[in-house]
Design a protein around this ligand. Structure first.
Ligand code: B1M
Length: 212
């Protein structure tokens, strides 16, 4: 199975969308859990894409091709994760902050939350503070999640928290933040309630927040 998961990572790095969907389906049919396929094959593959891009071994069109292939693979995994999840958790609203277009990690967090039984409202990307505030008013979530992948967009998460305060609803929702450049210290600095370094930890942290 390890070999199969490694081969899925490689197909993702090569951005072969149809082949990737086929391999993911075969792995699931062969008994791999959706969590293993996601964490050991897909997330690992995207990590490698990031490293190769950083090293100058991959260029933006190739990165986009991998990102699109990833999205197609996630379409297959998503319903499986929901099936294996428990029911009856809270409501989780999530989005990527203003001027930030990265959505793969955010969508993984959303999928894992769904898998854990949360009702998830995925707002999308490039969202200004008002959209988050309106979503909290409308959906009354237990937790508001924000994702930022750029050091230039991280401060926007603090802006959203300030906007929640200005709207008088900061105490009605717990705020969780994450994304590659975000840290525990940064989360504390901007007044978030929780930080998670990856999608699996995000689920654990969300459950802790519900009990707090
Ligand atoms: Co972008 N990009 N990108 N990019 N991109 C990064 C983030 C970068 C680190 C690459 C690099 O230089 N090494 C760099 C940021 C540098 C910085 O700010 N420090 C960067 C840059 C510079 C840019 C552009 C500015 C490039 C340019 O145009 N010159 C541009 C900005 C566009 C914009 O947003 N305005 C840009 C564009 C793009 C693409 C469009 C090509 C594409 C995005 C496609 C898409 O998302 N649909 C892209 C990609 C794919 C990446 C990398 C390669 C991969 C990101 C990814 O999907 N990782 C990335 C390099 C890298 O991270 N290694 C990079 C896989 C994903 C599973 O991980 O998103 O970290 P991640 O999510 C994790 C955790 O962070 C966490 O859980 C997830 C799952 O475990 N998490 C949370 C995320 N959100 C969370 C929320 C939570 C909790 C946990 O609670 C709510």
């Amino acid at each position: 199975m390890e070999e199969k998961l490694g081969s899925i990572s490689q197909t993702l790095i090569e951005g072969k969308a149809d082949e990737l969907q086929k391999q993911v389906q075969e792995a699931l049919d062969g008994g791999a859990t959706p969590e293993d396929v996601m964490n050991q094959a897909l997330v690992a593959g995207m990590d490698a894409v990031g490293q190769q891009w950083k090293a100058g071994d991959m260029f933006i069109p190739e990165v986009i091709r991998s990102a699109k292939a990833m999205s197609g693979a996630m379409d297959i995994i998503r319903p499986k994760l929901s099936e294996s999840g428990g029911a009856g958790s809270g409501t989780f609203v999530i989005g990527t902050v203003l001027r930030d277009l990265h959505d793969i990690g955010k969508d993984l967090v959303a999928m894992m939350m769904e898998g854990a039984g949360f009702k998830v409202v995925n707002l999308g990307i490039d969202l200004d503070a008002e959209v988050f505030v309106d979503a909290v008013k409308e959906h009354k979530p237990d937790i508001l999640g924000m994702s930022a992948l750029l050091t230039t967009t991280m401060p926007q998460m603090g802006e959203v928290i300030n906007a929640l305060k200005e709207a008088g609803i900061r105490d009605q929702v717990k705020v969780m933040v994450g994304g590659a450049p975000v840290s525990e210290e940064y989360a504390e600095e901007i007044g978030a309630d929780s930080y998670a370094p990856n999608a699996a930890t995000a689920v654990d942290k969300a459950k802790e927040l519900l009990q707090a």
